[in-house]
Design a protein around this ligand. Sequence first.
Ligand code: HEC
Ligand code: HEC
Length: 207
Amino acid sequence: MMNKYLTLATLLLTLMTGASLADETDPVAHATAVRLAVGICGTCHGPRGISQQPKYPRLAGQNANYLVAQLKAFRGQTRGDPDAIGYMWGVAGNLEDSTMDALAQYYSGQTAGSGRGGDSALTARGKIIYEQGVAAVGVPACAACHGPDAHGIGDFPRLAGQHAQYVLKQLNSFQSNMRNVAVMHGVAQGLKTEEMSAVAEFLESQP
Ligand code: HEC
Ligand code: HEC
């Protein structure tokens, strides 16, 4: 029964994202992924990918192709901020492609965690930055790529409900190029620390 639902969810996901994850229905990879998720990943990322500790990003409901790309970046040692090196290079180092695909399917199929209320003045300011960017210094609207509800568009990641502390740290890493992604470096370049904090606070509050 469970397998039927999983297969259907996988099929729907493939149709929705246009993903071609060839191994996603591989029952061995799926079983390995669930075992890893429960036994290893969950100790940091929380049960079903809803971590309570802000150091560990929430993975539930995240885009599957984005998750695979990140796992490959950890394994290939190209995502190189200190926490990526310290926590994820070792974890991802020995994962097979098929296991990565199955882990991504598992986490993208989980219901995302809820938003948590933040400081209201900061959140309001963050909402404006999220929706409009900061035109004076050429920061584009986040919504253009991450979606009006911050649930992600195409392979652009979901940000809604993510821990503010994690989001802030990533924005700093993009700005300094420690996490070296051209498009987000361009976005983060013009942001001041308090603007990053505001948008991070807003995102954490979003369902
Ligand atoms: C010991 C703690 C720990 C364990 C175990 C762990 N992670 Fe992580 N993971 C982290 C930390 C910390 C980060 C954030 C790294 C950073 O700040 O760049 C992270 C980041 C990630 C990301 C990037 C998320 C994003 O939004 O970009 C993915 C995907 C991920 N982990 C998947 C996994 C999977 C799958 C497993 C199990 C196979 C796992 N992790 C096990 C600590 C852990
Ligand atoms: C032109 C498209 C684009 C715009 C505009 C954009 N982003 Fe991004 N963002 C991306 C892409 C692509 C990634 C994935 C980077 C990667 O592959 O590691 C990303 C990743 C991120 C991440 C990392 C997510 C994670 O789970 O680790 C954060 C945080 C983020 N963006 C915040 C923002 C904020 C805040 C804004 C607005 C100020 C913004 N982005 C505007 C394209 C964009």
